[in-house]
Every structure is written in C-alpha cells, then in structure tokens.
Design a protein around this ligand. Sequence first.
Ligand code: HEC
Length: 188
Amino acid sequence: MSQDNDKEIKGHDYDGITEYDNPLPVWWVAGFIGTVIFAFIYFLHYQIADGPTLKQDLKVALAEIEKVKAAQPADILSEDELGVVFNDQKNIALGGQVYAGKCAVCHGNDLQGVIGPNLVDQYWIHTKGTKVGMVHTVAEGVAEKGMPPWKDLLKGTEILAVTAFIYSKKGSNPVNPKAPQGDKIETY
Ligand code: HEC
C-alpha cells in the first residue's frame, strides 16, 4: 500500500488507514516564518515604538492635501466655479488685504493704474476680461512687462481672493484713471 515506508508514521493505524509524514513545502514554511517575523517587527514598530497610528497617518495625508490645494495655481477652476468664489465676501475681504500689500504699489490704491494698468476699466491686455484669464495672469505674471508671477509668492487661495477683490471693484470709476491699455471688452 505505501510506496515510501520511511515516511510512514508508525503506530498510526486506524482501521487499516495509515498516514505519511509529508513535510510542508519549503516555500510554504518560508512564507509562514516570514509572516511571523513581519508580525513581530510590525508589533514592535506600531505597538512598542512610536509608529504612526492610522489616525496620525490620516492627519498627515489631509494636511498634505490642504498644502497642495493651497499651492494650486488656482487657474484650474472654470469661469462658473470662479463666479462662486468671487461672490464670497470673505474672499473679497482677504483679497483687499492682499491687494493693498502686494499690488497697490503698481496698480494704485484705487486700482486706477500706475506702473501697471487700470484694473477696473473695460480694457484688458491679457485677461480678456474673464475671471479665468485674470487668475491666470496674476498667477503666471507677465515677467517681460514688469508684472511679477505670483503663484510662488501667494497661496492659491490668496490669488483667488485678490482676483475676487479686483472683480468686485469692476466699474468703480476711480479718480485719475490711467489711460486704457489693451482691448475693450464689451462684456466686462
Ligand atoms: C511691480 C509692479 C507690479 C506689481 C507689484 C503688480 N503688478 Fe499687475 N501688472 C503690472 C504690469 C506692468 C502689468 C501690465 C503687463 C503688460 O503690459 O503686459 C500688469 C498687469 C496685471 C494684470 C493684467 C491686466 C490686463 O490688462 O490684462 C492683472 C490682472 C494684474 N496685473 C494684477 C495684479 C495683482 C493682483 C497684483 C498683486 C498680487 C499685481 N498685479 C501686482 C505690474 C505689477
């Protein structure tokens, strides 16, 4: 009945049924020992040492997302989405602060234009009078004409806020406006 009597376990004979001592395959044993070692190190790292918990991991990941969001060039939003952002009074208020600190030197306290163009008339060189164009121009700048790129200096949220502020001042007719530059955009 048995082909390999060496492997037969003696003394195990139940109603004529005997069994062989077949060792588990090496790959299986190696895998098993591997998981035991892994579990041991895992336990040491996460339970004894200060390996991060899932909650801590989540917090780090969420913070990372916020950072990426804040650093976004902001010009990934559509005209309609920007419309919502531009209507938010909080954005306009924040934008006013950013404008006063960073933009007024060149565009004037009342956005009337000084070194840079008037930002409240209907004439636009780059933006075509669109919100998307405005956000893009502010983010990328026009380096050769003296308009700095702001995407590395301001957060994405600040770029959105300052453009919202400019938009909110549309048609405000400041005194001493700078002469129109660019094309007249009838729809602005
Ligand atoms: C150092 C001066 C300077 C500063 C500071 C500056 N700008 Fe400008 N900006 C310019 C100039 C010059 C232009 C016109 C570029 C051209 O002629 O092509 C311009 C153009 C623009 C335009 C496009 C206007 C158009 O007609 O298409 C926008 C929008 C704008 N700036 C917004 C901003 C905002 C917002 C800030 C602050 C975050 C800012 N600028 C800060 C000099 C400046």
